[in-house]
Ligand binder design. Sequence first.
Ligand code: ADP
Ligand code: MG
Length: 617
Amino acid sequence: MENLKETTKTTESTKSTEITLKFIDMNLSDEVKRAVEAMGFESPSPIQAEAIPHLLEGKDVIGQAQTGTGKTAAFGIPLIERIIKANANSEFDRNSRLPKGIILCPTRELAVQVAGELEKLAKYRKDIFVTAIYGGESIEKQIRNLKRGVQIVVGTPGRTIDHIKRGTLKLEEITNIILDEADEMLNMGFKEDIELILEQITTEHQTVLFSATMPKPILQIARKYQNNPEIVKVISKELTSDNIEQSFLAINPNYKTDVLVRLLAYNGWESMLIFCNTKQRTDEVAETLIQKGYAAEALHGDLAQHQRNLVMNKFRHGRVQILVATDVAARGIDVDNVEAVINYDVPLDPEYYVHRIGRTGRAGNKGVSITFISGRREVYRLNDIERYSKSKITQGTIPTQQEVLAKKQLRFMENLKATINDEKKAEELEGYTALIEMLEIEGITPKQVAAAVLSLQLSNKPTDKLSEADIFDSGDRRRNGRGGRNDRGGRNDRGGRDRGGRNDRGSRNSSRRDDRGGSRDRNDRGDRGSRPSYKDRGNRADMVRLRIDLGATENVRKGDILGAIAGETGMRGDKIGAIRVNEKESFVEVPQSDVDNIIRVMNKSKIKGKKVEFEKA
Ligand code: ADP
Ligand code: MG
C-alpha cells in the first residue's frame, strides 16, 4: 500500500451521547451474547459499536480510543465470532487444534487480563480455548497448554517469538493477528519483534491494531502490514458542563457502598442519580441502599418499558429519591434536574461522563457530581475525562462520622425552624401545643419535651461501621489536614480489584507497577497531552526534588516513575512535577507536602521490578 490516506476511510464517532445499540441487537452468536450478558455488559461502548461490524466483515482495522473504553471486547468479540464461523463452516477447522488468533500485548499483566476477558467471552463455546504466553513463567507449562490445543493465544512479543522459534506455537492456521496497545509495544522497543512475528504469518489473515494513540511508527506498521484498513477513532470532542461542582474520591473498591451511604447521610440529597457500569451493580447498589432505608431503585435496560415508566413516575413524584442506573437506561429518562450525580463506577467513555453529570446543574441550578475512583488506571481515566470534558475535577473528602452526625443535626434544626415559621403549619402546631400543655400538668417542662422529641428523631448512632482506616490508607494522615483523613486511593486497593470486577487472576498483583506501562507512558509523550504543563502545577517553591537511584541503564523511563508514584501513593499524576531520567539516576519534583510520604512509601516499593531508593536531592 502506497499511501495510507488514499486507501483508508476514517470513521470518526460523531454521534454525541446517543447510546442506542445493545449487544442483543448486534449480529452476534447466541453464545457470545450470553457471555456478554453474563459479564454485565449491556450496550457496546463507542469503540465497540464502531469497530465490531468492520471486524466481523473481515476487514483490517486500526482502532483508536482512550484507555478503559473497552477495546479488548472490541477486538475479542469479533475474533471469537470469526472462529465460531470457521468452525461451523469447515470440518477441518472444527477438528484442528492449532491457533487461529494471536493477540500481542505489551506486558505479562495485560496478556493475562486480555486472556481472562477473552475466556469470559468464549465461556459458552466448548470449542474455543485461550491461553496466555509471557516471560517469567515456565515455558514448559506454556508448551503443555499449547499442545493441548488452543484457538487463541495472547502473548507478549518476546515470549511469542520464543515459542515460534521452538516450533511450539504454530502459525499455519492463523487467520487473525491483533496488536493490542500497539503504541505501548513500540514504546517498549518491541518493534522488531512485532515485525518478525507479522512476517512469519503467511496465511491469509486479518490484521488488527488497537492503540490509545497513533504516533507515526504505528501508521508505518499499518502501512506495511495491513490491507486497506478501516480506521476507527473514538476520540475526544469538546464539551463542557457548567454549574456543576465536580469532584472525585479515591476509594478502596471494597468500601464504595459504605462511602456512598455516608455521602448520602451527610448531604441529604432528595433527588439524585447514581451511575454504575453494569446492571448487576445497579441492582446491588440499589439493594444496599434500600436496606439502609433509602428510597432507591435500579434502572437498567432489562426492565420492560412499563416498569421503567413506573420507576420514573415514582422518581418524579419524589417517592423514589435515588435512581441507580446504567448508561443505557439513563439515556431514555428525562429528569429535569437532580441535585447530585454519583459515578459509582468511572464511566467507560469520557463522553458518558459528560452525559451522566449533565443531569444535574441544569437551568441555572447548582449541581454536584462525585466520581469514585479506585486504582491507578482510574486515575488516568479521570485525567482523560477532565481533558475531554474541559472541566476541573477536584479531589473531594469523605465526611467523618462526626461530620455526618453534626450535619444531620444541623439539617434537622433548620427544618424545625422552617416549620415553626411556616404560616401554613400554624394551626397544626397549635394542636401540638395542647399536647405539650397536658405534659406540663404532669410536671414536664417544654424543654424536656423538646429534648425527648429530638432524641427520638436524631440518632447518635453512626450511619456505618466503617473506620477511617478502612477507606483510606493507615499511613500518613496529615495530607489533607482534616484530622485523620487521607484520600490516597491507589494504595488501598492492592490485592483488590482495580477495574471494577475485571478478571481477578492471580498474577496481577505481583508486579502491579509494571502492569500499566501503557497509561503511564502516554503521559510523557506530547501526543496525549493529558498532563498539565509544569507551570500549571502549583508554585515551584512548593516542589521538592527527589533523587532516585535508578536510571536509563535500568530501562527506567519517566512514565515508570510517574506511574509508580501515582500508583503507590494514590497521588494524582498531575501533582507530580518535572521528571528527569539520567544514565544511572533520576530526579522527580514532588509537592513539599507529600515528600515524606512519597519517600516512605516508595522506599518500600519497586520500579520495573527493582528496589528503589528515593531521597531528597
Ligand atoms: P481498554 O482496553 O480500552 O483500556 P478494557 O477492554 O480493558 O479497556 O475495558 C475496560 C473495562 O470495561 C473492563 O473491565 C471491561 O470488562 C469493561 N467493559 C468493556 N466493555 C464493556 C461494556 N460494553 N459494558 C460494560 N463494561 C464493559
Ligand atoms: Mg486494553
